[in-house]
Write a new protein. Structure first.
Lengths: 293, 426
């Protein structure tokens, strides 16, 4: 099921509550809500440990009826790729399910990941079977199923591709790491020659799409992607060019076959006509500029 | 003595098929229970647009008689039952009206006449009818192609006839009707004939899917499908009439119905038909090619899009599963102006849609124009005229209706299926 809208025209929510407000995307969400004039509250792991067995009840006490709950919280692969991390992430999902059974929410938005898809399909859309190939993808897919089965709220599942932008605290392979390497070391290290192609979504575009989903009261599944994939080599070259210094892009011996990921963006265009994504070169320039300070 | 032929059901298939039989010099009784429709037909007002249909029926004169009286079928030696069979959004046929009409015709026909079911039916339908002795009941594969129906009905490549027992000779009166067309006659079991029609359409869809898949690759790697397709057609294994023109997926309802039938039977019988799902996925994906191109290329506040053509193909009035209508419905954030030579676009499809009286008027001040149906009229458009009337420069022209060199000379960003995409760096 792709996304469908409850509201023909945008409607401001009573309140937006962001779970994972201390993270890269969460902070931007709160800023964007404020800019849009929407009341928002953020909950980070310091405010509420969603892995706690009592977290569901605690979260319910913090929520109000008609809130929109944006579930961004997750332990990302840099925090662990093992089954223990998986189980902690699932515990967070269970807590959210429990809370929604106590408080009647206007909408629940789950920030999933394109990791729910395998690399077997050349061109992915929302109808592509979600068959994850690692525990991180399995975690997101399991949470999706948990929320669909047990959460008592209109549910929108947004599967985000790799999000980049200034203030990204993660250091996974991609634009932000490349920018830091370029500015700090004057060199960008690639796996192989960076042949893998990926879709890269600028953080402001991701936040804009989540806000649109809130304002339209949308339910269903949508991939948050731009529809244009570039190789890591191309990204590295763009970052190097934006860095303002002489940066060496350094290939390495390839350890694994290159994989590619492309998205059919038709359903997103249908859901949000006229959506204009920030061009990759512009997004990378903004990212490099912000990291440079 | 020449047999008299009856046709029951005067919609697209029945009307064209009856006209073709009358065009071979046979007397034809055209029955429909809708008196108002019969009155319109008698006044030579045809419910469908088909090139050559008007001329053919007029030349048939008194040989082709329209009636709303079932009793008139009693004079016929061979009775074709040929109403169009409606399909739903999933491509499923509803044979309720067809079955009722067959029973009405059986009640009216004389005891010696034979019946031919011409409407497309799912495999197994004819044998289970049980309305006539097997030797008096046939199924014949229809070859209706919207926009080319008269030509194909008058000059069929072959006639496929489903029989209860193909080892028995065809009824001589039916053979006389078929022989008038001078093409090979292929008798076979009912079930084979019913599946033959579906098989033909699956082969066509396979060709379309191949063309669309490789045309998209052309767009991305700088190749041009218009250069490749002629080479394929000279290959004896593919042939000069192969469906190799890239398009916006399959539409019109008939091909979709056959694919749905194959999927349904494969599902119930446990046969592998994953390729059909792939064809359908490819079709839906290519249908939305203009939408993706517009989203990629049109910027600015409150853009205006001109849409030329709303029917699913040229020379037809049908908008069933039309890519143009799908595009119009998807462009909710835009203002639209449309033009079609035959069908007036509906504001139910889009609240900010205006209908122009000519193609250039639909291009006035447009930020982009999409030529969605390959009506011959659109080939006469001069790119320079479009450029003068438009505000923007983007012309989405899937079927290359505009001369590509002239479009480039006029400064248009001319986007054609299967050709390298303007401005694409991949």
């Amino acid at each position: 099921m792709t996304l469908s809208h409850a509201h023909g025209d945008p409607v401001k929510p009573a309140r937006v509550v962001v779970l994972g407000a201390g993270g890269f995307l969460g902070r931007r969400m709160l800023t964007a809500c404020a800019a849009a004039g929407a009341e928002a509250a953020g909950l980070g792991s310091r405010d509420l440990d969603l892995t706690d067995p009592e977290a569901g009840a605690q979260l319910a006490r913090l929520l109000r009826p008609r809130d929109v709950l944006v579930f961004l919280a997750a332990l990302t692969p840099d925090k662990g790729r093992d089954s223990a991390t998986l189980m902690r992430n699932l515990a967070m999902g269970r807590a959210v399910c429990e809370a929604t059974r106590t408080v009647e929410l206007a909408q629940l938005i789950y920030a999933s990941s394109d990791a729910v898809y395998s690399f077997a399909t050349a061109l992915i859309n929302e109808e592509t079977p979600a068959i994850p190939t690692d525990l991180y993808g399995a975690m997101h897919r399991t949470r999706e199923l948990m929320l669909a089965a047990e959460a008592k709220a209109p549910l929108a599942v947004l599967r985000l591709t790799a999000v980049y932008g200034a203030d990204d605290t993660h250091n996974s392979y991609g634009p932000n790491r490349f920018a830091r390497q370029a500015l700090k070391d004057g060199r960008i290290a690639l796996f192989g020659n960076g042949e893998e192609t990926r879709d890269h979504l600028y953080v402001d575009d991701a936040v804009d799409l989540i806000l649109k989903t809130i304002m339209r009261g949308s339910i269903g599944v949508l991939n948050l992607v731009t529809g244009r994939s570039e190789s890591f080599r191309a990204v590295a070259d763009l970052v190097a060019a934006q860095s303002g210094r002489n940066v060496e892009v350094v290939p390495s011996a390839r350890q694994h076959p290159a994989t590619h990921r492309h998205f059919d963006v038709t359903n997103l265009i249908r859901a949000f006509p006229g959506m204009c994504f920030k061009p990759l070169a512009d997004g990378l320039a903004a990212t490099v500029g912000a990291i440079r300070g | 003595m020449k047999p008299t032929v009856g046709f029951a059901g005067m919609t697209h298939l029945g009307l064209v098929s009856a006209a073709a039989v009358a065009g071979q010099g046979l007397k034809v009784v055209c029955f429909d229970s809708d008196q108002a429709l019969v009155d319109r037909l008698a006044r030579q007002q045809w419910p469908v647009l088909e090139p050559g249909l008007d001329e053919l029926i007029r030349s048939n004169g008194a040989r082709q008689h329209f009636t709303a009286a079932t009793g008139d079928l009693a004079a016929c030696d061979v009775i074709y039952v040929a109403p169009d069979v409606p399909t739903d959004d999933q491509g499923r046929s509803d044979v309720t009206d067809l079955t009722a009409l067959i029973h009405d015709a059986v009640a009216a026909m004389n005891r010696e006449a034979v019946m031919v079911v011409l409407s497309q039916v799912p495999p197994g339908y004819t044998r289970t009818l049980g309305v006539l002795p097997p030797e008096r009941l046939y199924y014949q594969v229809e070859t209706l192609v919207f926009g080319q129906a008269v030509e194909r009905a008058m000059k069929p490549e072959r006639t496929i006839v489903g029989c209860a027992d193909p080892a028995r000779p065809l009824d001589p009166r039916l053979r006389a009707v078929l022989a008038a067309f001078g093409c090979p006659i292929l008798p076979m079991r009912y079930e084979s004939a019913e599946l033959a029609k579906i098989s033909i359409n699956c082969c066509l869809v396979a060709s379309i899917a191949v063309a669309n898949t490789l045309a998209e690759l052309c767009e991305r790697i700088g190749a041009d499908w218009s250069e490749i397709a002629p080479a394929l057609k000279l290959d004896r294994r593919i042939g000069p009439h192969a469906y190799l023109a890239p398009g916006l997926g399959i539409a019109g309802g008939n091909l979709e119905r056959d694919l749905a039938t194959v999927q349904r039977f494969a599902d119930s019988r446990g046969t592998e038909a994953g390729i059909v799902a792939a064809w359908l996925r490819n079709s839906r994906y290519r249908r939305d090619w203009p939408l993706r191109q517009l989203q990629e290329r049109v910027r600015g506040a409150d853009p205006v899009i001109g849409v030329l053509g709303v029917t699913y193909k040229e020379n037809t009035h049908s908008t069933k599963n039309s890519p143009a209508v799908a595009l119009i419905k998807a462009l909710t954030g835009y203002r639209l102006a449309s033009f079609d030579p035959v069908v007036r676009a509906s504001t139910e499809w889009h609240p900010r849609l205006t209908v122009a009286d000519d193609p250039l008027a639909a291009c006035d001040s447009a930020d982009a124009v999409a030529i969605m149906t390959p009506w011959p009229l659109f080939r006469t458009l001069e790119p320079a005229d479009l450029a003068r009337r438009m505000r923007g420069r983007v012309v989405i022209d899937p079927f290359a209706m505009l001369d590509r060199a002239a479009a480039a000379a006029a400064g248009l960003e001319h986007v054609v299926l299967g050709a390298p995409l303007p401005g694409d760096q991949q």
